[in-house]
Design a protein around this ligand. Structure first.
Ligand code: SAH
Length: 369
């Protein structure tokens, strides 16, 4: 007995579609066009995302005929690991190869306090932050939804974590809000109840402060936690670190954060990379506390991960502690990111930076265009 009433369409010459690029509603439409029942999308999502199957043939609750049609029309790709480094502190860094031969970095952090995957949203980045290694690449291209989710699928498989609970942070290479649609599609795929079913509360998106996109995000039905890379309490200092500050200044960002709808008990994270002698003074800490007054905020201090070609230094531990203490005394929840994976060069971009480097002027132009 055939399982469908509609005729199964066959078009061997039709180009294959990468199944992992589709959200479940998109897959339902694609199946409908092929004459398959739309609800099969949920079944297929379970195979691909829960069980980690990459061959249609293995989807044994589909008929042979359905599997044949699916295999004819879809590919299922998981990016291969080009390099895998394990740090003495447990951090694991992956360099993954995309289909066009480009590379992206993804990091597994075992205990923050939950296990976390840090994934990239772009190859390179257009934002040009002065201390960031990825910035030296310029923007090469956006990642597709399937490439963003593919990092999670690859890491979960390699580390045998598919059945475990984990957090996801969009804090790898790239600016997620500069690749808005693909990042949001990836979020919907990750959160899909028939797939990995990651609770959006366990997903955090980190942005350099693209204010219109933060406002757009505020109206999304599925929303991640928000982290904002602030890095300085005054526009003059911030503009020297984050070129985009010339377009969206600190007041604009803080206003957008005040308007951002927060779930009960949740807070916006402000990331602050500490750079010796640049933004690490007690005065800067006081100003930062003043800026965040009345916001449901927490601060994540990130001592610079130094790298060749980055013209800044990490402050001393005393200086880092002093900065944190000023915030804590003013009632702000503050965490200091452990310096992780230094022996495997886990600073964002340290493995993947290669190829043509844009001039600083070009990066600035790209970032504020
Ligand atoms: N573009 C997004 C997310 C990617 S970067 C953003 O800017 O938030 C994730 C975090 O790592 C950001 O806070 C970024 O400023 C920080 N970062 C970049 N380079 C760093 C370095 N060398 N040392 C420490 N933190 C760095």
């Amino acid at each position: 007995m055939p399982e469908t009433t509609a005729p199964i369409k066959r078009s061997p010459e039709a180009p294959s579609v990468e199944l992992t690029e589709l959200t479940r509603p998109e897959l339902e439409d694609a199946l409908g066009e092929l004459g398959l029942e739309r609800y099969r999308a949920a079944q297929i999502f379970q195979w691909v995302y829960r069980r980690g199957v990459s061959e249609v043939e293995a989807m044994t609750d589909l008929s042979h005929e359905h599997r044949r049609v699916l295999a004819e029309h879809f590919t299922i790709t998981t990016p291969p690991v080009a390099r895998h480094d394990v740090s003495s502190d447990g951090t694991e860094k992956f360099l993954l190869t995309l289909q066009d031969g480009r590379h992206v970095e993804s990091v597994f952090i075992p205990d923050t306090p939950n296990q976390t995957f840090c994934v990239s949203t772009q190859v390179g980045c257009a934002m040009g932050c002065a201390f960031c290694l990825t910035a030296t690449m310029g923007l090469v291209r956006n990642l597709t939804p399937g490439e963003i989710v593919g990092q999670v699928r690859r890491l979960a498989d390699t580390l045998h974590l598919r059945d475990e609970r984990f957090n996801i942070v969009f804090m790898g290479m790239g600016e997620p809000l500069h690749n808005y649609d693909n990042t949001m599609a990836a979020l919907r795929i990750l959160a899909d109840p028939h797939g990995l079913a990651v609770n959006p509360k366990r997903i955090t998106l980190s942005t350099v402060g693209l204010v219109p996109a933060i406002e757009r995000l505020a109206a999304e039905p599925i929303m991640p936690n928000l982290a904002v890379s602030l890095h300085a309490p005054t526009d003059d200092v911030r503009a020297t670190l984050v070129p985009l500050n010339r377009k969206y200044g600190i007041a604009d960002i803080v206003d957008a954060c005040r308007r951002f709808p927060l779930a009960r008990r949740s807070r916006i994270t402000f990331e602050y990379v500490l750079l010796a002698g640049v933004n690490d003074s007690v005065d800067a800490a006081r100003r930062l506390a003043g800026l965040l007054h009345g916001l449901r905020a927490k601060v994540n201090l990130i001592p610079l991960n130094p790298a060749a070609g980055i013209p800044f230094e990490r402050p001393s531990d005393e200086r880092i502690d002093g900065f944190g203490r000023v915030l804590a005394e003013r009632g702000i929840t503050v965490s200091v990111r452990k310096s992780r994976g230094r022996d495997i060069r886990a600073a964002c971009g340290q493995l993947a930076v290669e190829g043509a480097k844009k001039s600083a002027a070009q990066r600035l132009a790209d970032a504020i265009e």
